[in-house]
Design a protein around this ligand. Structure first.
Ligand code: GTR
Length: 330
């Protein structure tokens, strides 16, 4: 057995033991990973999830959230929750695409026409297929959180056409699709942990990045990169999920508590997201950020054809899912 498989097997065995422990008399703390600071819609949703679980289980289950990425960066945390080193988290579907090809479909740029369309798709059969892919990867999805639309920002100039990306280096999340996406637009991309972006913008290691308004605001990136161009190339949901072995070890009553808590946290997170998106936009504009809307995104969209073609070539079995998502929005 190679070392990775051996370690994986050992970690899965350890996870199974902790399941037995969790279902026993003593409560075990479920360690929850969160990349965001406490004052953020994802964080509020996670706190609500933990609060309801702790309350409804009468102390039998104890979910806890560690904010601010203190338990590691996102790609590492995904592996930890898969293997049982951590119990639960909210992950962006972007980096999740690296472990579940089905989840990668939402990282095809411009696949969703709007946040509302994304909700409809994720709540239907396509969302179920994506959830099944995550389950195969050892993650039990419990609900989809909002994270709006991502747009490019940089330290140099507004982006109005793909040509404006030329010569600029952008940080992207850990997913090869994003490297291809930026290359297809004529720029350079480098995957980098979220926590390193601020400093890298300040020191000129990168010229830009891409994100929604709340993250652009809370990360302080707006202080370093003042040109925000509303490309809205990615609308990525986020997944409230837990280690599958821990979930499978729960009784039916406990599963019900977990799902009720997840549903309530999704409702709270989405409402909080909508309010925060407005507030963050106002805040960065008041801080002197130059925002430019892009009325016609055709040039950006048509440049994405090779990204779609490569994806289908590498994942022919997912062509149907891509088409189903497109058809559901016609
Ligand atoms: C945020 C997202 C995080 C993380 C971050 C990033 O919008 O909520 O989970 O993915 O973007 O760019 O790394």
């Amino acid at each position: 057995m190679n070392t990775f498989l051996k370690n994986t097997t050992l970690t899965i065995a350890a996870a199974a033991m902790t399941v037995a422990f969790a279902t026993g008399a003593e409560a075990r703390e479920w360690r929850g990973w969160n990349i965001h600071p406490p004052e953020y819609p994802v964080s509020e949703g996670m706190e609500e999830f933990a609060r309801i679980i702790n309350e409804k289980s009468g102390g039998e289950l104890e979910a806890k959230v560690y904010h601010g990425g203190v338990l590691g960066d996102q790609p590492d945390a995904i592996q930890q929750v898969r293997l049982g080193g951590l119990d639960w988290a909210v992950f962006n579907l972007g980096p999740l695409g690296e472990v579940a090809p089905e989840a990668n479909v939402v990282s095809l740029p411009f696949i969703f026409k709007s946040v509302d369309a994304m909700h409809v798709v994720m709540d239907g059969p396509a969302g179920q297929q994506i959830a099944d892919g995550l389950i195969k990867a050892g993650l039990q999805p419990l609900g989809w959180y909002d994270s709006g639309a991502r747009s490019f920002y940089n330290t140099k100039h507004p982006i109005n056409t793909p040509d404006d990306l030329k010569g600029l280096k952008f940080r992207v999340m850990s997913n090869d699709l994003y490297v291809q996406m930026v290359a297809a637009l004529g720029g350079n991309a480098t995957p980098m942990p979220y926590g390193e972006v601020y400093q890298s913008l300040k020191t000129g290691v990168i010229d830009g990045a891409e994100n929604n308004y709340p993250s652009y605001d809370s990360s302080g990136h707006f202080e370093a990169a003042k040109f925000y161009s509303v490309t809205q190339h990615l609308i990525l949901p986020e997944c409230l999920c837990m280690n599958k072995a821990v979930y499978d070890g729960l009784s039916d009553d406990e599963k019900k508590i977990v799902h009720d808590a997840a549903d309530a946290s999704v409702t709270l997170q989405r409402a909080s997201w909508a309010a925060r998106a407005e507030k963050s936009k106002e805040k960065v504009v008041a801080a002197g950020i130059e925002v430019n809307e892009i009325a016609n995104k055709d040039a950006f969209q048509s440049a994405m054809q090779p990204v779609y073609d490569n994806f289908i070539k590498a994942n022919p079995d997912l062509a149907g899912l891509v088409k189903a998502i497109q058809d559901a929005q016609k």
